[in-house]
Design a protein around this ligand. Structure first.
Ligand code: GLN
Length: 259
């Protein structure tokens, strides 16, 4: 199955040069077109899991954390669906007050420079720095990985980052939109078969500090494409575009451990 064909429509819609923000509700792509994956995405957790009475009192793995998705630009809807299927209560975050109410946050793929500009415009830049700095679990995919890095190569002048992970990322390292590809990668520490990773104008990790745990490398190039440092997790690829929930489940577990 090629997930990339479906995704190409989405990305060509989302990544038009000069377009600041395409509301996700107008994007026609709704995840995998049909079959098991689509049904899994649509599945809703049980009532208690949706924040009903008693949800907070559930023990251990049954507890349902609220996980935000920074909803300024990029593939927000796909992350919300994957988070729901991974046992969390997903919440779009556009305002500082919404950020206050979540236990963890996903920064989606899209365009890191645009996401940053919009975060600044929406008054979210400093609240993001503050919460991430105080250990709120955060997962960044692709553009989100760039935003979590401490250093960026090939950013635009003045591009700011959140610096949660001691790494240098190279923006657009795998090439242009047309060079997007899929690759089966091994996720260290996560059992199961190869993970089908979708790379779209993806960065790679050029250099990682000693406290950064390397979760995956891309087999063709040997480059680091998934990392974790403490409560921050980042992938150069888009796990929200495939039905495999292992990355989102790992992240929801990280959130649950902290909350
Ligand atoms: N190249 C984009 C950036 O610099 C990231 C692409 C993506 O998120 N798919 O932000």
């Amino acid at each position: 199955m090629s997930t990339l064909n479906g995704k190409a429509n989405l990305t060509s819609t989302l990544y038009m040069p000069g377009v600041m923000h395409v509301p996700v509700s107008r994007v026609p792509f709704r995840g995998p077109a049909s079959g098991e994956a689509a049904r899994a995405r649509e599945a809703r957790p049980p009532a208690a899991a949706r924040g009903g009475p008693g949800a907070e009192r559930l023990p251990g793995r049954a507890r349902i954390p609220a996980v935000g998705v920074l909803a300024l630009q990029g593939d927000v809807a796909e992350h919300l669906a994957a988070l729901r299927s991974s046992g969390s209560r997903p919440v779009p975050v556009r305002r500082p007050g919404e950020l206050d109410d979540v236990d963890g946050l996903v920064i989606p793929g899209g365009e890191s420079t645009t996401i940053w500009k919009l975060a600044a415009m929406f008054g979210l830049a400093e609240p993001l720095r503050k919460r991430i700095g105080s250990g709120m679990p955060t997962f960044g995919s692709c553009a989100g990985m760039i935003m979590l890095a401490r250093r960026v190569i090939d950013g635009i002048p003045g591009q700011e980052v959140l610096g949660a992970i001691d790494m240098t990322v190279r923006r657009n390292a795998f090439g242009r939109q047309a060079d997007s590809f899929e690759s089966d990668i091994v996720l260290r520490g996560l059992p199961g078969p190869g993970f089908r990773a979708v790379f779209i104008r993806a960065p790679w990790v050029e250099e990682a500090g000693p406290d950064v745990e390397i979760i995956a490398t891309e087999p063709r190039t040997g480059r680091i494409v998934a990392v974790r440092q403490g409560t921050a997790l980042a992938t150069a690829f888009h796990p929200e575009l495939t039905p495999d929930l292992r990355i989102h489940t790992l992240f929801v577990d990280m959130v649950r451990e902290r909350s």
